[in-house]
Every structure is written in C-alpha cells, then in structure tokens.
Design a protein around this ligand. Structure first.
Ligand SMILES: Nc1ncnc2c1ncn2[C@@H]1O[C@H](COP(=O)(O)OP(=O)(O)OP(=O)(O)O)[C@@H](O)[C@H]1O
Length: 307
C-alpha cells in the first residue's frame, strides 16, 4: 500500500504538488492521471525519496522509503527509462543493482526473460531503442520481486505489441496481490489497464474513483441528428417526451432514445433528415473536461511568466 499524506513540493516559485493526499491499494492497477505538468512525476519521485517533500510524507507499506534497508525488494520503480549507464550491458546493469540489494544473481536472467530482453542481455545499453530501454527499466523494477511497483508512463516508446505486453504484465502483477501505480496522461490508455484512478491537476487531487464509476459518470450516450429543420425536429421529439440538447454545427443530440425511434418520428412527421447516428462521448473528452481548469491555469501562468 502507498499512502500519500498532505504531500507538498515547491520548486522555487512553482508549486508542483499542493497538499496531495490519497492511498494506493494492493491487488489492483491504479492509474495516475493528469495533464502535462500536473505533478505526477514529482509525486512519484517523492515516493522513492528522489525528491524531498517541502512538507507532508509518503509511506510505503507503513514506512518511509528512506527507512527501507533494501529498497529494491520493497518498491520497484520505472521513472526515467533513459537514465541508464550507456557503457554497460543490460545484464551488467541488472547484476550491479542485484548485488547492491542482496538479490540473488539468478533473478537477473529471470527478469531479462520476463521483459523479453534475453537476446539483448549482453549488448551495451547505449544502443538500446526507447522501447528496449523501457523494457530494461521494467526489468530493474521487477528485480527485487517487490510488492509495490511504480511505473511512470511505461507505454512511452513501446510499439503496439509492447503496449499489449505491458498492459498484461501490469494486470498480472496486480493479480499477484501487488500494489501497481502507473502514470499516464492518456485516459483511454488507463481505461484499458487500470481498475482505479487518481486524477490530479495543478498538483491537487481532482478525482479518486474506480474506472467503472468514472466511465458511468462521464460517458454520455446520445443520438446525433443532422437536419435542415432542427426546430421542427426538436418539437417532434419534445412532444414525444425525448430530451434534446444542441450539438455542434446546428445538430441536435437526443438523449435516452434510439436511432429507430428518432427515425420513425421523423418519418411520421415528414421531417427531412441528413444523418441519425448513435454516439458516445469519449473518456478522453471527459478527462479533458475534468482537468480543463487546471490545464488552462498552467497555460496562462506560463505565458504570464514569459511576459
Ligand atoms: N526539478 C524541477 N525544477 C523546477 N521545476 C520542476 C522540476 N520538476 C518539475 N518541475 C515543475 O513542477 C511541475 C510539475 O511537474 P511534473 O513533471 O511533476 O508533472 P507531470 O504531471 O509529471 O508532467 P508530465 O506529464 O509533463 O511529465 C511543472 O510545472 C514542472 O515544470
């Protein structure tokens, strides 16, 4: 379990994280979402002692990271995949980490196999693609067989097969009872992987909810109607007890009905129709809506800083 308690981090005049509190439970994948600059990386760095909080704290299974004797055996983290020593081979890199954390050497081959890098184990990491570096980063995180995993944008740089692989791996790690905390700035990606969501904006908590609840609350289904007679169509629908909203470009959006019913009503009343199609507002749109204020504020304050 990870407990973030009133975490605040200030860099000079920038308040990167602002009194953030939430808990990440074991046994499920928790997605950590927020627009660029929301404070996700800062929060994750604070979790593993790379950033000292200005105030507040983070506990990993009840203890502060700096109190952990063999940290890699407690928390595995993939934060910046490109932060590798280029001169070393993948195997040497993992062996160094294993030995300093009293992890048996045989784990190195196990994790190389898990991430699909056995064939590249003796190559120097400076020649690694971003996708390979990402896989090596995951191998480092898994090395100590830790109960808690932190992954910052793990999908970055992976090809479609790699993306499917990492989604499956995260789910498997959660099923094994581990705490899996993964950041992304894409809601659509998290909807496919995570069970629970923590959403932040401007360093503050915006939502702490199950993915299911987020979808139920935010996915709006409606029938899009394009007609040269919108007012007549609206009256026909209203008389039939169907609620309509105005859509973009003079379209109508009928809620709580079906394409068939809209089509039949239009036909019965002789309304000309150019299009009737069922639509669902995307989760990405819902996420943008939720974080819009935070994103706007950043854009404004940045341009203000620059004069
Ligand atoms: N080392 C640093 N020094 C100064 N400011 C920093 C530093 N690290 C982060 N910041 C600032 O803190 C804020 C939060 O950044 P952070 O990288 O945590 O956000 P993020 O949600 O991870 O964003 P992204 O999705 O772009 O990675 C930003 O305004 C950023 O410019």
């Amino acid at each position: 379990m990870i407990e973030v308690q009133q975490l605040t981090k200030r860099y000079g005049s920038t308040l990167a994280v602002d009194g953030l509190s939430f808990t990440v439970e074991p046994g499920r994948v928790t997605g950590f979402l927020g627009p660029n600059g929301a404070g996700k990386s800062t929060t994750m760095r604070a979790m593993i002692g790379l950033d000292r909080p200005t105030s507040g704290r983070v506990l990993i299974d009840g203890r502060s990271y700096t109190d952990l004797r063999y940290p890699l055996r407690e928390v595995g983290a993939l934060l910046d995949a490109k932060a590798l020593h280029g001169g070393r081979t993948a195997r040497a890199h993992l062996l160094g980490l294993a030995r300093s954390n009293r992890i048996p050497d045989r784990r190195v081959d196990e994790v190389l196999n898990t991430v699909g890098l056995t064939g590249a184990a003796d190559r120097r990491t400076e020649g690694f693609s971003l996708g390979m570096a990402q896989r090596l980063g995951v191998a480092c995180a898994l090395l100590g067989d830790p109960p808690v995993l932190l992954l910052d944008e793990p999908v970055n740089g992976l090809d479609p097969e790699g993306i499917l692989w990492i989604r499956g791996l995260m789910r498997q790690l959660a099923e094994e009872g581990r705490t899996v905390f993964v950041s992304s700035h894409l809601m659509s990606e998290m909807a496919l992987t995570a069970e629970h969501l923590i959403v932040i904006g401007r360093g503050r908590l915006l939502a702490d909810t199950s993915v299911e609840q987020f979808i139920a609350r935010n996915s709006r289904a409606y029938i899009l109607i394009r007609t040269p007679e919108p007012q007549r169509m609206r009256d026909v629908l209203t008389d039939a007890g169907v609620h309509t909203d105005d859509g973009p470009d003079g379209t109508l959006e009928a809620v709580g009905t079906s394409s068939e019913k809209v089509g039949e009503l239009a036909s019965r009343h002789g309304v000309t129709i150019h299009e009737i199609s069922p639509r669902t507002a995307s989760l990405e749109e819902a996420f943008m809506q939720l974080t819009a204020d935070a994103a706007d504020y950043r854009a404004e304050s940045r341009s203000a800083d620059h004069g």
